[in-house]
Design a protein around this ligand. Structure first.
Ligand code: TRP
Length: 453
């Protein structure tokens, strides 16, 4: 196997940027604000942050320790740790889940890139929310555009992944993440100087206890897992490209803190902007296209701001699609002995085939703008892979580390490089009891409600 096929990260900093790049994505800037908006803001945001650290971080430790100690991707990793068992199937489920998520994620990601292109073309001056909604409706109804942008996004993702870890994924993250931070800071500065900044801040941080619902609690937990890229072995895979000597506890905390800060900053951009034009934050998944698209006109340099906003979304999405594609490519390389180049193109093109019905479904069901409540193909794949498989996977990963592999072995793997893992008993308790139980409740609730949180 050549170094291009398996490869490794060249520095811990590069790894952190790549892993944070995987975590920071549409989940932070698209899904987080609209879900927070749907569930009433403040109290939901606090629950979300609680779940990130109570459930998300322990699962993140679990995934990184599996990958780092075995130095291979999920299926092969489970085979190494427990030969002749069913556990490798959990890795297989992750590969399948990643494939599904990548297929619909590319469609939304393609749309954000297209909107960035619109801004360059000066489309955001002089349109209000109603006109923005019309434009959105026309785009999603156009098969050529929808399929085209999804194809384009997958192509760019494949062009990075085919270059391998150090020369492709790490390099891309090292370039893209700093741009992402600068873009976000510009937008935060803009939003916080809007007259409605106070209103936005209050919405995000002032807990209104009567807004808490069981569905809200469940959705906060689901969002915490999705946002940290947990449950399908993405972090197992990235952890496997890191030398065993690295400081895993510190890396995991950095990634989680990074990811949470970016979600909050994204909220700080979006809510003041919404209140500027008196828009309600509970408009669902179409929020960043329909509602935000109609808001830029109310600001000076509208097209520049729109470009920065949609550019930010595209960059965040790209570092995430890269990680999704990598999980599947790594499986083919490590387990099946494929060459990276061949695996990349094979996976990207079959994923494109699955993206086509998702891309077409938006126009048919108009689900992104919630014009109708009808579920389209995209929503179904999102629900199945992005919610059920992911949460099921996260639960089994906890059970694996907590009850099969063992906390002792996992901690030994984490501390291999001489870096002490803090609060081991707390982590053990969370991984063995709290995480699997909390996730189990989430799954049961989801199954009975058919909810797509
Ligand atoms: N975490 C990313 C986001 O917030 C999405 C993502 C990338 C993901 N890779 C993943 C989600 C793996 C679950 C599993 O947008």
């Amino acid at each position: 196997m050549s170094t291009l096929d398996r490869g490794k990260f060249n520095s811990r900093f590069g790894f952190i940027l790549a892993a944070a790049g995987s975590a920071i994505g549409l989940g932070n800037i698209w899904r987080f604000p609209y879900t927070a908006g749907t569930h009433g803001g403040g109290a939901w945001v606090i629950m979300y942050i609680g779940f990130v650290f109570l459930i998300g971080v322990p699962v993140l430790f679990a995934e990184l320790s599996i990958g780092n100690s075995t130095q291979t991707s999920p299926v092969t990793a489970f085979k190494k740790l427990v030969p002749n068992s069913w556990w490798p199937a959990l890795g297989g489920l992750g590969v399948l889940t990643g494939f599904g998520i990548l297929s619909f994620y590319s469609v939304i990601a393609g749309l954000t890139a297209m909107y960035a292109g619109f801004a360059i073309g000066g489309k955001f001056g002089g349109i209000d929310i109603a006109q923005s909604g019309e434009i959105f409706g026309q785009i999603v109804a156009s098969p050529v555009w929808m399929i085209g942008v999804s194809f384009g996004f997958l192509l760019v993702t494949a062009l990075v992944v085919r270059k391998g870890i150090g020369g492709g994924i790490e390099k891309a993250a090292t370039w893209l993440m700093p741009i992402l931070f600068v873009f976000l800071l510009i937008l935060v500065a803009r939003a916080l100087t809007l007259p409605t900044a106070g209103e936005g801040l209050a919405f995000m941080f002032k807990p209104q206890l009567d807004e808490i619902s069981f569905q809200g609690i469940v959705s906060a937990l689901g969002q915490a897992l999705f946002s940290l890229s947990l449950g399908m072995g993405a972090m197992i895979t990235y952890g496997s490209y890191l030398p065993k000597e690295e400081n895993l506890p510190a890396s995991a905390m950095t990634i989680a803190v990074f990811d949470t800060c970016i979600a909050i900053l994204a909220g700080l951009v979006i809510f003041p902007a919404l209140f500027l034009v008196g828009a309600e934050p509970d408009k669902g998944p179409g929020l960043i296209f329909v509602v935000m698209g109609g808001i830029f006109d109310a600001m000076p340099a509208s097209n520049l701001m729109a470009f920065i906003f949609y550019g930010l979304l595209s960059i965040a999405a790209l570092t995430s699609t890269i990680s999704l594609l990598e999980v599947i490519v790594a499986y083919l390389v490590d387990e099946r002995g494929w060459r990276r180049e061949r695996a990349t193109w094979a996976v990207a093109s079959s994923c494109f085939a699955l993206a086509v019905p998702s891309a077409l479904s938006l126009g048919a069901s108009a689900s992104l703008s919630r014009i109708t409540e009808k579920k389209g193909f995209l929503d179904i794949v999102d629900m199945l892979c992005g919610t059920y498989f992911l949460t099921f996977g996260a639960m089994l990963i906890c059970i694996f580390v907590g009850w099969k592999w063992g906390i002792k072995a996992a901690v030994a793997a984490i501390e291999h490089g001489g870096h002490k893992m803090p609060a081991v008993p707390v982590w053990g308790f969370l991984v063995r009891y709290v995480c699997p139980l909390a996730i189990f409740v989430l799954l049961i609730y989801g199954a009975t409600q058919g909810a797509n949180w």
